[in-house]
Design a binder for this molecule. Structure first.
Ligand code: MLT
Ligand code: ZN
Length: 470
């Protein structure tokens, strides 16, 4: 349950809104109840108040355009809502905004096998696109634990990364074209699926990662690729965070990894407890690395494994022998977010260049030891991309506000280290509300001013997702 709101939404305001949108939407296309507003007005963070005025469900681009025009005319603020799996409050509506859900715009419109492009609406769920690609004998490689609910529009708005970035890159790399309804109510078709297009600024990349502050991504042309061969999964026991980097480099010398993830024993224990599954290996280690690679490289991987054991970087390991065993091993990594959700974790999603990771790990370990000795700190993430998830778990007897205050205080120390190393305070979750006050640790004042100026171009009245990012 989210925090109850101090903003009160009156039935009078709601009925005024209904009168204004009645001609545009059918009755089943808007929701007003407390339950519905709470459901659609937030993401997976549970730290913010939730108080939208209403939720609307457009079913075509034209309805989105009309809604944006109406919002400009009557000064309604609009908050985009996709699968609501975000982790930084990017689609939380706390101040009487109108939430715009893309649940009804969930169709795959066209597939072109020559271009290998899928033209889809924003509300298509990631797993739906992955499944569709498979049915065409192709592959959509961007993947994460929330694939079953996250939507393509939201993935684009946050430039979602996930577990296979090391091999396939981020959502940005798979968007070949997109249609956006800007905050001014204009429809922009960016790039139109072209491979080459040297005609000035590529607006597509401006909208990717803009967190709904410039407009609504309503449609996209997503690239597909040839499927990889069967994958093998290995979990290796690792004693120190530093050793993880040595293991990564050792494997990368001789094979291409599809994934290189890590998690602490605390993270693993939470998943095992929550899902009621057995430990995959008897050795208990401080950390674990999960590696995935093409089956044809099994022998090469086994050699790399032996080298790591000889150096003392790996103390034990398990290698999947079947698809179902691979799935079981992945379940431990994929289940972390869900398993720790009940501890209202304060999430840090931070990154540095890969070459900076060893020094950065020392910095972070020092801060954690000094400042969180009494708290459970759950480590995991995509260390192969230089991206760490540091989740501080809230003790049951501490209130949310007090806990958040404490975590935010230490943010400054952590983010100062990140600034010095030229890293990012948000690697893949976005800035949203959670990291907004800390943006200057990663972006200069002039960059922030430039972003504000860009926002004004596309959203002159500031109706699009106000208060997010900056
Ligand atoms: C993940 O890597 O599992 C996601 O970024 C979610 C999370 O950090 O909780
Ligand atoms: Zn992640």
């Amino acid at each position: 349950m989210s925090r109850s709101s101090k903003v009160s939404i009156t039935p009078k305001e709601q009925s005024k809104f209904v009168n204004r949108v009645e001609g545009l939407f059918s009755p089943e296309q808007f929701k007003l109840s407390n339950e519905d507003r709470e459901h659609w007005g937030q993401d997976w963070t549970r730290l913010f108040e939730v108080a939208p005025l209403a939720v609307v469900f457009p079913n075509c681009i034209n309805q989105v355009v009309e809604l944006v025009r109406l919002a400009n005319a009557y000064d309604y603020k609009l908050v985009p809502s996709g699968g609501r799996t975000g982790l930084s409050g990017g689609c939380v509506a706390s101040n009487g905004e109108v939430v715009v859900s893309f649940d009804r715009m969930n169709q795959i419109l066209e597939f072109n096998p020559v271009d290998r492009l899928v033209h889809c609406q924003a509300g298509v769920v990631t797993a739906q696109l992955q499944q569709y690609a498979m049915e065409q004998g192709l592959f959509y490689p961007v993947d994460f634990a929330s694939s079953g609910s996250s939507q393509i529009g939201g993935n684009i708005a946050t430039n979602a990364g996930g577990i296979r970035v090391i091999r396939y890159g981020l959502t940005r790399d798979w968007v070949s074209g997109m249609t956006v309804v800007t905050g001014n109510g204009e429809v922009v078709s960016a790039n139109k699926g072209l491979v080459k297009n040297a005609t000035g600024y590529d607006l597509r990349h401006l909208f990717v990662g803009s967190e709904g502050t410039l407009g609504f991504v309503v449609e996209a042309q997503m690239k597909l690729c040839a499927p990889p061969e069967l994958q093998r999964v290995m979990i290796a026991c690792v004693s120190s965070l530093q050793d993880l980097l040595s293991i990564l480099q050792c494997f990368q010398k001789t094979l291409e990894l599809s994934a290189f993830e890590f998690f602490s024993d605390l993270a693993m224990s939470k998943v095992l407890g929550h899902r009621g599954i057995d430990r995959p290996l008897s050795t208990v280690s401080k950390y674990y690395a999960l590696l995935e690679y093409d089956e044809s490289m099994t022998e090469v991987a086994t050699q790399a494994f032996s080298v790591c054991v000889n150096h003392g970087w790996i103390t034990d390991g398990i290698l999947s022998q079947s698809i179902s065993q691979s799935k079981r091993l992945w379940e431990i990594r994929d289940g972390i977010t869900e398993s720790i959700a009940r501890f209202t974790p304060y999430k840090n999603d931070i990154s540095v260049r890969i070459s900076e990771v060893p020094g950065f790990l020392d910095d972070v370990e020092g801060i954690v030891k000094d400042h969180y000795p009494d708290l459970e700190v759950c480590w995991f993430g995509h260390i192969g991309d230089g991206n760490l998830h540091l989740n501080i778990l809230k003790p049951q007897n501490v209130g949310i506000s007090e806990f958040e205050k404490r975590c935010r205080k230490i943010n400054h120390l952590l983010f100062e280290r990140i600034r010095r190393r030229g890293g990012s305070i948000s690697a893949e979750h976005g800035v949203g509300l959670l990291k907004r006050d800390f943006l200057s640790y990663s972006r200069s004042q002039s960059e922030i001013e430039t972003m504000r100026a860009i926002k004004e171009v596309f959203d002159r009245n500031g109706i699009m997702n106000p208060g997010k990012v900056f």
